[in-house]
Design a protein around this ligand. Structure first.
Ligand code: SDX
Length: 429
């Protein structure tokens, strides 16, 4: 009967070690016994960007990158996108189970009645330059929320944690909408408790002089599905930032602000904005050939393509691609879709992309929908952040309740200068 162990021989000493294997992994700490002498610190693993390192166990999201599978708490993303709602999915991610009707009503009521922000938050957003990027405003304003709720530092109290989770899910759309209205020089629109989560967000974004904003049902539904598709994605860069900051016992507002900052990067949540800029730069399907040549020369990246985990079509991209057509039927077709579809067709047949297993990811089509909804490009990553907030918070809660977790503090391989004595200024060349 094969044993769940790894036998390694250190050829420097001839010593043989047997390391236990659990869930297909060995514990990096089990390497420390491998030494060449009593003064040796012991062996470590070296894994820049953590390409092959599990930082935690988790029960929240499962991804099979080779098969293009994504499940939240065991439920396939395709079924949740088709049959759930964003708030129901948020509850599922955080609690681990789908809510019954009464529980969902209570959760929805709580979120709905925490959408307002303190007037000082409105004044803070007002203080940004008129052309401040909404992600910069979001990162700063979420961090500022920590100064309004000092009790949030009491992480040991589950009721305190639950209230901050409710506040953050509820207030992210309000902050996002205020940042957008500030950019446009428009008055801020207060939340409307009669509307759904997505409907109220559209209300705060687009309400003008009408007495009551009525969201387009197709757009409202599409936005709710987009939030579901972005809700979690295991240990991605921004979730790792949330967990890293959370591991020091910082409050959830400070941790989520760090997650937003990580998402801001063009390689992560900023990609949906970068995709539109790329499609506009290409301009016409006839220019795709030249652009692809530049990609293969390493001059530019095909934004919205490729993924650290998916070596197959991102299942979210499939749903979004279909959703795009539903939205275009409601609000008009985004002409850039023609370039995107032709780019995808060419890339999926080109060995450069096929050999590198580069497929469309969640960001390739999402920006086309947001743009068709009339949203400016620089708010796209903010929409990603709204959707990802329940996932970040679910991962944060899981971190805090994991007995194996401590403050994150990776080691390093030091390749710098050896010990040397200080050289006085007048003795330096
Ligand atoms: C998200 O982690 C998550 O789960 C993230 C996310 C989530 O939900 O949280 O899914 C959301 O961030 C999606 C990804 C959005 N980013 C983009 O679309 C930006 C474009 N994509 C890439 O920059 C890239 O694919 C990454 C960043 C997504 C993944 O990078 P990796 O895993 O570090 O891969 P790599 O950079 O090592 O690339 C491997 C090879 C390289 O070629 P060689 O050096 O071997 O010749 O593939 C090439 C890369 O040059 N490559 C690309 C490419 N992505 C990788 N070449 C052209 N275009 C691309 N998009």
């Amino acid at each position: 009967m094969p044993k769940d162990t790894l036998t390694v021989t250190d050829n420097r000493t001839g010593e043989v070690y047997e390391l236990p294997i659990s869930h297909g992994t060995i514990r990096a700490m089990d390497l420390r016994q491998i030494k060449v002498g009593p003064d040796d610190f012991g062996m470590m693993s070296y894994d820049p960007a953590y390409k092959n390192t599990a930082s935690t166990t988790s029960r929240i999201t499962f991804i099979d990158g080779d098969k293009g599978v994504l499940r939240y708490r065991g439920y396939p993303i395709e079924q949740l996108a088709e049959r759930s709602s964003f708030l129901e999915t948020a509850y599922l991610l955080i609690s681990g189970e789908l809510p019954d009707a009464d529980t969902l009503d209570d959760f929805t009521h709580d979120i709905t009645h925490h959408t307002m922000v303190h007037e000082n938050i409105r004044e803070l957003i007002d203080a940004f330059r008129y052309d401040a990027h909404p992600m910069g405003t979001l990162v700063s304003t979420v961090a500022a929320l920590s100064t309004f709720y000092p009790e949030a530092k009491d992480l040991a109290d589950p009721e305190v944690r639950r209230l901050q989770v409710t506040r953050l899910i509820a207030k992210m759309p309000t902050i996002a909408a205020y940042a957008y209205r500030h950019r446009r020089g428009l008055h801020y629109v207060r939340p409307d408790n009669d509307l759904s989560y997505a409907g109220n967000f559209l209300n705060m974004l687009f309400k003008m002089t009408e007495v009551k904003y009525r969201p387009d049902p197709a757009v409202e539904k599409a936005l709710d599905v987009l939030f579901i598709l972005h809700a979690d994605h295991e240990q991605n860069c921004s979730t790792s930032a949330m967990r890293g900051v959370g591991s020091s016992q910082a409050d959830p507002y400070s941790a989520l602000s760090a997650a937003c900052a990580a998402l801001y990067g063009p390689l992560h949540g900023g990609a949906n904005e970068a995709v539109i800029r790329m499609l506009e730069e290409i301009g016409t399907p006839k220019a795709i050939g030249d652009f692809m040549r530049r990609v293969k020369e390493g001059d530019v990246r095909l934004m919205g393509f490729g993924h650290r985990v998916y070596r197959n079509y991102d299942p979210r991209a499939k749903v979004i691609k279909q959703l795009a057509h539903d939205v275009f039927d409601a609000v008009g077709r985004n002409p850039l879709i023609d370039i995107a579809l032709e780019l995808e067709k060419i890339a999926l047949e080109d060995d450069y992309f096929v050999s590198r297993k580069l497929f469309p990811n969640v960001d390739f089509y999402s920006g086309l929908i947001y743009q068709a909804m009339g949203l400016p490009m620089d708010i796209f990553p903010v929409l990603f952040a709204i959707g990802r907030t329940p996932g970040w918070l679910a991962q944060w809660e899981e971190l805090l309740s994991d007995p194996e977790q401590k403050i994150h503090r990776p080691r390093q391989v030091y390749l710098g200068a050896d010990a040397r004595d200080y050289v006085p200024l007048d003795a330096r060349r």
